[in-house]
Design a protein around this ligand. Structure first.
Ligand SMILES: [Zn+2]
Length: 322
């Protein structure tokens, strides 16, 4: 039997409840579906960045569509991890403290709201999960190509299981992440094979894109044998990116990307510029190796320190100095 907050989930049952954040009045909506048979517990979270709506919609629809009779084990859906940002104009931060929830793991029960949410997710949800899928998207100011990160900074066995989950999505590109502070990275360091999926952006999405996202999540659930009577997806070729680079703005100004997510480029090509109001170039961003654009900011106005662009290496070796 699974216990989430005050709520107990019995075999063959379904829960649709709110999970209180430790030492705070905020509650997080979740849904959990349990089959009759024992099996792994899979945690699926969405909305860690509140305006990444396609991830939230994917979790909400799957949580309503998947019935206990279709499940081996348990699927826990954390539907909106950062609800304040989901309905505000704050980009990816938790409005109350201005922090990026995905950089707050492990949290603190007596910290600010972001830290309390992270603590609650870790103690109440991650601690009972065997596998973890974190659904993201381009935020309201971003656009991403569809791809999946898998946790690389964990024990080799955990990274390998994470890589297999990434492969099972059927997405065309996976990125090995060396980060340690993200929700899924932290979970993997605790021994839970984990991935983070990315798709869409700009706060909008179409039905076709939503259907693709749902299918990719189901592919992973089939691979884990948590969805009954669904065959694991046929293996597709997937490019692996072992090195990724992230460029932040060095100035307040206007951002003009030169490429689109999913576009490839050669070492030394211009990826975008930040200009001042007079049109003077403040910062020019160049590819340090042959690569592909993973995601980028698509709104013009940027502040110093804002993320501009992320790209991955498509050839090896990826030493920028070679
Ligand atoms: Zn995100």
């Amino acid at each position: 039997m699974i216990q989430i907050g005050m709520h107990q989930l019995k075999k063959g049952g379904r829960l649709q409840e709110m999970l209180p954040v430790v030492n705070h009045e905020l509650e997080l909506p979740f849904c959990a579906v349990s089959g009759e048979k024992e099996g792994p517990v899979v945690l699926i979270s969405a909305g860690i960045h509140g305006a990444e709506y396609i991830g939230i919609q994917t979790a909400m629809e799957l949580s309503r569509e998947i019935k206990p009779s279709q499940v081996n084990g348990t699927i826990i859906f954390l539907l909106v991890a950062n609800p304040q940002a989901a309905s505000s104009y704050t980009r990816l931060f938790v409005p109350e403290d201005g922090k990026n929830l995905n950089r707050m793991f492990p949290g603190k029960k007596d910290g600010t709201l972001s830290e309390k949410i992270a603590y609650t997710i870790e103690k109440e949800l991650q601690n009972q999960a065997d596998f973890y899928i974190d659904l993201h998207a381009g935020d309201s100011h971003e656009s991403v190509m569809p791809f999946v990160y898998y946790a690389g900074a964990a024990k080799e066995k955990v990274s390998e299981a994470s890589r297999k989950m990434a492969e099972a999505t059927g997405m065309s590109l996976r990125v090995r992440s060396s980060a340690t502070t993200g929700s899924y990275n932290f979970a993997a360091i605790q021994g839970i094979p984990s991935i983070l999926m990315e798709r869409g952006g700009g706060g909008v999405f179409g039905l076709k894109e939503l259907a693709s996202y749902k299918q990719e999540v189901k592919n992973v659930l089939a691979h884990l044998r948590v969805l009954k009577d669904v065959s694991p997806p046929a293996k597709k070729f997937q490019t692996e990116v072992l090195t990724a680079s992230y460029i932040d703005s060095e100035h307040q100004g206007f951002w003009y990307p030169a490429k689109k997510p999913g576009e490839t480029f050669q070492k030394g090509e211009l990826l975008g510029t930040v200009k001042d109001v007079w049109g003077n170039v403040l910062q020019a961003c160049y590819g340090q190796y042959d690569g592909i654009i993973l995601y980028e900011t698509v709104i013009m106005g940027v502040r110093k320190g804002d993320s501009l662009i992320a790209y991955g290496c498509t050839s090896n070796p990826c030493d920028p100095n070679s």
